[in-house]
Design a binder for this molecule. Structure first.
Ligand code: 5GP
Length: 178
């Protein structure tokens, strides 16, 4: 495994190896292949961070499925509820579908909550969540994280799609703040 990497003002040290990531991703795919075999799932890949996970995961998914890429945009609207969440890129009719949200990391779960709220309004059959990393100490929502690669403590990580200030997404391994 490679050594310390410097991104802008910060140093990161190796944390999760390519092999560990690959094993975790295969485990997720194997479970999905069994559980969702008859559901024709639609994988909704949440950009930007999930691009690498999505590519690796979907190569191991062997059941019939569809893939679409979205971005979650939140802005302050003029409604009484304050923030408005919009899904950019979702053009499919997802009524009655099994949707698998593909995330890089679930931290507080706020992003996920917004996404699930919007998807639920579209009368999907069921929503499943797949993420490489989960921070259980920080996660405080009630949604089940159906498929996760690894649980990690509340440390800031980069690599395998995750960035620090826009950089580091291309790293093959996952690194933690040194
Ligand atoms: P949440 O809404 O669950 O608190 O956070 C989700 C988003 O925060 C992730 O999709 C990711 O963009 C960012 N995030 C949370 N923890 C980390 C981390 O350790 N490293 C990086 N690079 N991003 C993180």
């Amino acid at each position: 495994m490679s050594k310390i990497v410097t991104i802008k003002d910060k140093q990161f040290k190796p944390y999760i190896s390519q092999q560990q990531i690959s094993d975790a991703v295969k485990n997720i795919a194997n479970t999905i292949n069994v559980e969702l075999e008859k559901d024709l799932p639609l994988f909704l890949v949440v950009l930007n961070g999930s691009f690498m996970f999505a590519a690796d995961l979907l190569k191991e998914v062997s059941i019939p499925c569809e893939i679409s890429f979205i971005k979650v945009a939140s802005y302050h609207g003029t409604t009484s509820s304050g923030t408005v969440t919009e899904l950019i890129g979702l053009t499919e009719d997802i009524t009655g579908r099994t949707v698998v949200i593909v995330e890089d990391i679930v931290d507080t779960g706020i992003t996920l909550e917004k996404l699930i709220t919007v998807l639920n309004r579209k009368n999907v059959k069921q929503i499943k969540v797949a993420t490489v990393l989960l921070k259980p100490e920080s996660y405080n929502k009630e949604f089940t994280i159906d498929y996760f690669g690894m649980k990690i403590p509340n440390d800031f990580v980069v690599g395998y799609g995750l960035d620090y200030d826009g950089q580091g997404r291309n790293l093959k391994e996952i690194y933690v703040l040194a």
